[in-house]
Design a protein around this ligand. Structure first.
Ligand SMILES: Nc1ncnc2c1ncn2[C@@H]1O[C@@H]2COP(=O)(O)O[C@H]3[C@@H](O)[C@H](n4cnc5c(N)ncnc54)O[C@@H]3COP(=O)(O)O[C@H]2[C@H]1O
Ligand SMILES: Nc1ncnc2c1ncn2[C@@H]1O[C@@H]2COP(=O)(O)O[C@H]3[C@@H](O)[C@H](n4cnc5c(N)ncnc54)O[C@@H]3COP(=O)(O)O[C@H]2[C@H]1O
Lengths: 143, 143
């Protein structure tokens, strides 16, 4: 249908390249990730290793969850833990290797606000977000 | 086009009713909102007043931002501030009063992951999320 045509036409524009995607490193202290997530305002961001390979996601809730002790909030984890201690491992089926498979990507975006894109060696290339697909659907309806 | 037909057909099913939407109250302490946002895992949730009127949104980043002092992280704000001190006021144009205007809702969902729905007096009725629209688009492509 029309909807497939418009997705195929725009497929080269959907990738947000790695250099403009906020991310943190597996061996960063949690305090660093706490600061980055507070300042960039993105809900969840990718976690990479020292070879720029994609390792998973991190959000503020994953950090604050470690700060909740029995009856008080503790700052200890910000100094004593690293991103690797809280990173959420990705669902291997929700990692994109081929940005031209727009139907598979649409299917994955139903349950994921964004999808990481990696090359054959697992190097992080960027993300595809719901917003870009919503923009295409909106243009389809309003034209 | 087809896309409009499918949105109009499903329009009654897009609203997630207020009783299943996590929210906090304007006069809650920030520590309470910190706990709720950590546990429910939603990035942003609605803030209501004592008359169930919609007042705005809150996310963990709005709370952790207040915790960042000059060279350290402080727990003080969790006890001394309330939700009202950090609530993000809504853009009046991004509040839905009529859930059957599917084209206007699609337009607003391009830049907003979800939209609050209120009645004529401003009472909170629920939210409409990108996920439900993405689900319809996915069905359109895969059928
Ligand atoms: N600084 C900003 N400028 C303009 N609009 C903004 C914005 N921050 C958030 N938004 C809007 O809010 C939506 C949800 O952002 P959220 O941070 O929850 O969820 C985001 C975030 O977790 C991630 N993301 C998007 N862009 C990113 C980037 N450059 N770096 C890292 N993560 C990113 O992908 C999710 C979905 O993004 P998407 O664009 O579909 O949807 C975004 C976008 O429409
Ligand atoms: N517990 C859960 N079970 C299943 N899927 C989950 C989930 N938590 C998150 N997701 C998935 O992740 C997406 C982004 O969630 P996020 O919390 O960033 O952003 C959410 C959140 O800020 C808000 N939201 C959604 N449902 C909510 C609820 N019941 N109460 C409060 N806020 C809600 O609307 C935004 C967009 O929601 P949407 O459903 O389009 O998109 C959701 C959904 O596809």
């Amino acid at each position: 249908p029309e909807i497939q045509r418009i997705l195929l036409e725009n497929r080269e524009h959907y990738l947000i390249p790695a250099d403009v995607v906020a991310n943190v490193n597996m061996d960063n202290r949690l305090g660093h990730a706490f600061l980055v997530l507070t300042k960039v305002r993105y809900a969840k961001i990718p976690v990479l290793d020292n070879d720029s390979k994609f390792c998973g996601f991190i959000s503020l809730a994953m950090i604050t969850d470690k700060m909740l002790a029995l009856d008080h909030v503790s700052l200890e984890p910000l100094d004593h833990l690293t991103v690797a201690d809280v990173v959420e491992k990705p669902d291997p089926d929700a990692v994109v290797h081929d940005i031209v498979d727009v139907e598979q990507i649409l299917h994955l975006l139903v349950d994921n606000p964004f999808l990481p894109v990696v090359d054959r060696e697992g190097i992080f290339e960027g993300i595809i977000t719901r917003r870009e697909y919503m923009k295409s659907f909106n243009e389809l309806v309003h034209n």
